[in-house]
Ligand binder design. Structure first.
Ligand code: ADP
Length: 261
């Protein structure tokens, strides 16, 4: 419990710091990018300058993407929320994943019918699903299984102990499970920290799960990670259900103790 409180406070402080830095960097990048575009449109650089300028533009774009992810982690990104059916978002994300993953990875889904709606930004929800999906794929270099599940859940205690805003209530539970390499306890403890990665340089930024965490928190949700080395990994996300849906019959369940996150 003490550890959870510490973890929650750490994420809070990191979020404030990262959000502040990202916000200022974003403004600087916009100035650099804007001025570069103006220069390019008013002059015709020599052919020999072009490769260099293209590198600068590419770097600005890449820095912009990193900054966007940090803004998401710091909960400073603009959200456009509307009522969403998470099942639909899962279907769309799986279609995207299936276009790129190797054949020896089998994706299956177990989606509840009559799923409650959530109020969420569909672009950000898609980003969460793709972040979890691509990490799962990376964790299964020799193939394996990826399962995505949704269900309605009513909790009589908050889903995550130690998090002040983890209220009891109605949630849509999204679960992503892979049969991949799993994680050590040390990795689990840092999995949501910005810039934490175990992937080789150039492959991982360490911002996928940090931005996922920020997106989930900014929607009033909660995320938990369960993993064992060699046994695979499960991420559970609790999205608050939209109030106007009528109460369904499923009643209190699930207070299973997470192994980390
Ligand atoms: P990145 O993918 O760029 O490394 P993330 O924030 O998405 O950054 O993930 C951080 C780290 O968490 C990964 O480098 C990896 O060590 C670990 N991780 C995330 N998801 C999984 C998973 N499904 N299975 C095993 N390890 C994972």
């Amino acid at each position: 419990m003490q550890n959870r409180l510490f973890q929650a406070q750490k994420m809070e402080s990191l979020g404030i710091l990262a959000g502040g830095v990202a916000h200022d960097f974003n403004n600087l990048l916009q100035i650099i990018g804007g001025n570069l575009e103006l220069l390019l449109s008013s002059k015709y650089p020599e052919d020999t300058d072009m490769p260099r300028l293209k590198t600068v533009i590419w770097s600005i774009e890449r820095a912009g993407k990193l900054v966007q992810q940090l803004l998401l982690f710091g909960r400073k990104a603009v959200t456009q929320r509307k009522p969403l059916d998470l099942n639909h978002e899962v279907d769309e994300a799986i279609k995207i994943l299936e276009r790129t993953i190797p054949k020896m990875i089998l994706i299956s889904r177990h989606l509840a019918s009559n799923l409650w709606s959530v109020s969420a930004d569909s672009v950000q929800v898609e980003q969460v699903l793709l972040n979890l999906g691509t990490n799962a794929v990376d964790a299964m270099p020799n193939g394996g299984k990826l399962l995505v599940e949704t269900k309605n859940i009513v909790l009589d205690v908050g889903p995550v102990s130690g998090e002040a805003d983890a209220e009891p209530g109605r949630y849509v539970l999204l679960t992503v499970t892979d049969s991949g390499c799993g994680m050590t306890r040390e990795t689990i403890n840092h999995v949501f920290d910005p810039f934490f990665t175990t992937k080789e340089v150039g492959k991982g930024t360490g911002l996928g799960l940090a931005s996922t965490y920020g997106i989930v928190k900014s929607h009033g949700g909660h995320i938990q990670c369960y993993s064992e080395p060699g046994q695979g990994t499960t991420f559970k996300i609790y999205w608050p259900a939209l109030a106007q849906d009528g109460l369904h019959s499923e009643l209190p369940s699930s207070s299973d103790e997470p192994q980390g996150g």
